[in-house]
Each structure stands twice: as C-alpha cells, then as structure tokens.
Design a protein around this ligand. Structure first.
Ligand SMILES: [Ca+2]
Ligand SMILES: [Ca+2]
Length: 441
C-alpha cells in the first residue's frame, strides 16, 4: 500500500522521488575482518554498556529484560538486573528492555551520577503518562515507554531491590505496540539523549513539536528544573527558549523508528539508523534542531505530501529495504585493531547477517568482508563499543561477536615454515657437499 502511494505521488510529478538508483545488493567493500564469539547470553542481545571505571566488564541488555555482566568472556551466573517478573515489562514484538547506559559519573563519589544508570523499557500502563497523544488521553495508548534512573551501590554485583531501586524520569504512552525506538546514550556534554519512535499510529507525530514521538530528546537526568521536577532541560536545547511552543526536551525530530544511536567518541557526532517504512533504511547524522523528514520523506523518497516550503535533512546514506528489514545503527570505528576501518561508520540490518560500513561522512555503503570463521547466522539487533573503540555485534540469539583484524593466515605461516625448513635443509646439504660429506650420510 505504501509502495502504491509512493508510485502515485511520483507519477503525480511531486519532486524528490530520487531514490531510484538505490541498489538492492550492497557492493562488497575492500575491508576484511574476522569475527569471534566473545560470549553468549540468554535472550536477544540489543545493547551493551561499560562502566566508566571498568573497561573489562561488558553489561549486555536483552530484549526480555535482563542485563548480563560479561567478564573476560564469562557471563556472570547472576544477572546484574532482571526485570522478567514482577515489574510490568512487556517484551513482545518490538517492546522490551530496549536500551541502557551508565552515568559518566557512575563510579565517581560526589558526582550527581554516582551509582546511577538508566534504562528504556516498554511497560504496562500505570497511571498517567507525561507524554501522550491528546486523542488517547494521559491514561490511554498501547503501553508506556519509560525512562528510569537506577541508583545502586557501584560495587554491587547485581541490583537486588528491583522494586525500589529506580525512579521514573518520564512515561511516554505509545499509541501502538511498535515504533518504540529506545536508544539511551550519554553525550560528551554529559547530557542524556534518548530516541523515541513515532508510535506508528497515526502518522505525523514525528513532525508535531508538541509530541515526544519520533524525536531524539536531550535531558539532564540528575537536574530538576521547575518545568518537570524529575529531570532537567538544558537551556540551550533548540526549542527551550522562552515562548518557543516546541517541547523543550526535543533535540531533533522527523524520525520514524531510530532504534540504535551512538556518539562518535572522537568528535561527539551523533549517528542513528532510522528504520524505514517500505522502501528505504537510512543513516542520519543528528544535529540540534534538525528535521529528518519523516513522514514526508522516507530516505530521499517522498512518502506523503509535505506542506509548502517544507525542508528537511537528507540521510547520510540509505539502502533499499528490499531483501532487508530494519537498520541497526552501529558506531564510527575508532579502534586500533583494524586500521583500514578507522573512521568508517559500521552498522547492520536486523534480519541480515551482513556487516556494512561507509565513510563517516556518508555516501556509498559497502559490505564488510568477513574471513572464514564463526558464522554470523542470526540477525544483529545492536552494537557495543569497548573502551578501546573495538566493536561488537549483538545478535538475536544472544551472542556477542567481536569484530577484529584478520590475523596472518595459518596456511601462510605453515608455508613460510616449510620454506624455512627446506632452505635450512638445502644449506645443510650444501655444506655437506662443500665438505665432501654428502655420500657419507
Ligand atoms: Ca519550548
Ligand atoms: Ca529521514
């Protein structure tokens, strides 16, 4: 149906139906990496966080509501956090524990973020939501997407008092069960950035600046300004000026379902993958106040007729949804293990096993060649970045897969060894010939 409406719009001569050159097959790139299994957790892994003080432990979040602690490839028997019972988490379909982040001050005594981490969860509706569609009212909608702040003993191996350890920063009533987004990341400015989907129905929420749907928001979780009391709003947010009718929380808008989001650790640039409707998946670089087009544009393709004078920011890159499903935004690679990948944005698609990359400035998308080894047989739902900037694909079967440089192939080493062996034997024979001993052996 959406394809049909697109065709009608194009035939009607509306401009910007310019996606026609999108390849359905992504070109093979020139970079080859190796994948290796770090560990496997139970459930679909979709986010990974590191404590600011401890690069050796990975905290891996699963859709069904568990945060696992992984140290040196071993998954701790006791989960760091479990929301699987008695919590009201909904983990069906696109809902669940969708993101987590430690406060940068998590292990700094005296920091307002000491002992604090944050989650984004889909939960049963409880009371009134702070954000809702007027048509549904504050108690309506499918479920609540909830941002919570957890306060724990930084030395504790797990959160034991799940019922009381968190406070709700806000609830957003999602109109439908899908398009929840759920990335939650601290920026280099110490602010918390959260991506929210457009809630699926009705279309248009992403362009409505009175709604939180289809936005990236920016808040200070440990402050409390008079506007809300549960978190602060940075004064330099794009719609926070006195008299500006747009929600003060909004950082960027016009997004459909920006499921995964990351900051480039080198320069603080914010990237996300925005999941498409029927034709196009896209990578966006997010700037303050930016409008990313949905639902008037899906990628650079017109999806519905915009108002006169409408303009929006095109994606950095886009690919056809044909044969794909949902973009899983990754990271700009800033590690040292794969020098040729440095500065490239690495990402994936939820239903494909391919790894993809492009220049951080956008343009052509390539497939990352993967050397023979453990096979990526399940789709990728998320990405993690370790303290050194190395990347990990988080898969739907719970496996955490490290991307690394291809080592010197074993065959080459054997051949080199054989050549050395032959040469040594030859030298031995030569010396025996020289000394006239060959026939005596
Ligand atoms: Ca405002
Ligand atoms: Ca867009």
């Amino acid at each position: 149906m959406h394809r049909a409406s697109f065709a009608v719009l194009c035939l009607a001569g509306v401009t910007a139906c310019s996606h026609g050159q999108l390849p359905t097959n992504i070109a093979a790139g020139t970079i080859t990496v190796r994948t290796s299994l770090v560990a496997t957790v139970q459930g679909a892994a979709l986010d990974m966080a590191l404590r600011p003080d401890d690069p050796s432990r990975f905290f891996v979040a699963t859709k069904d509501g568990v945060i696992h602690m992984v140290s040196d490839g071993t998954v701790a028997q006791q989960p760091f956090l479990s929301l699987t019972s008695g919590f009201g988490l909904i983990a069906s379909g696109e809902r669940g524990l969708l993101g987590m982040s430690f406060h940068p001050g998590f292990n700094t005594p005296g920091s307002p973020g000491f002992g604090k981490f944050y989650t984004y969860t889909s939960e049963v509706r409880v009371g009134s939501a702070e954000f809702f569609l007027p048509a549904n009212g504050p108690t309506g909608g499918s479920h609540h997407n909830v941002v919570r702040e957890w306060t724990v003993d930084p030395n504790a191996a797990s959160v034991s008092n799940v019922g009381t350890a968190s406070r709700v920063l806000f609830r957003s009533a999602n109109p439908a069960s899908n398009h929840n987004a759920g990335a939650i990341k601290f920026g280099p400015d110490g602010m918390l950035y959260v991506s929210l989907g457009d809630g699926a129905l009705p279309r248009g929420s992403a362009q409505d600046l009175s709604l939180i749907l289809g936005k990236v928001i920016r808040i200070d979780p440990t402050a409390a300004n008079p506007a809300n009391g549960r978190y602060g709003i940075p004064a330099d947010n794009p719609f926070a000026a006195d008299g500006d009718p747009g929600l003060d929380e909004i950082y960027a808008y016009g997004l459909r379902n920006p499921f995964r989001m990351s900051f480039d650790r080198l320069n603080g640039d914010l990237y996300l993958g925005d999941v498409g409707e029927g034709l196009i998946e896209e990578v966006d670089k997010i700037t303050a106040g930016g409008n990313y087009g949905w639902p008037y544009f899906e990628g650079t393709s017109l999806w519905s007729i915009p108002p006169a004078g409408f303009s929006s920011i095109n994606p950095l890159a886009q690919y056809s949804r044909a044969g794909a499903a949902s973009i899983i935004g990754g990271f700009v690679y800033r590690g040292s293990d794969i020098p040729e990948l440095y500065g490239k944005y690495v990402f994936a698609d939820a239903y494909l096993t391919q790894l993809r990359y492009m220049e951080a400035t956008g343009g052509q998308i390539y497939e990352l060649n993967v050397a023979p080894g453990p096979v990526l047989t399940n789709g990728i739902y998320g990405w993690g970045e370790d303290a050194s900037g190395e990347l990990y694909a988080l898969r739907s079967n719970g496996s955490i897969v490290r991307i690394s440089a291809v080592p010197e192939p074993a065959g080459t080493l054997i051949m080199l060894g054989a050549i050395r062996c032959v040469c040594a034997r030859r030298r031995q024979i030569d010396s025996r010939i020289d000394s006239g001993r060959l026939h005596s052996t």
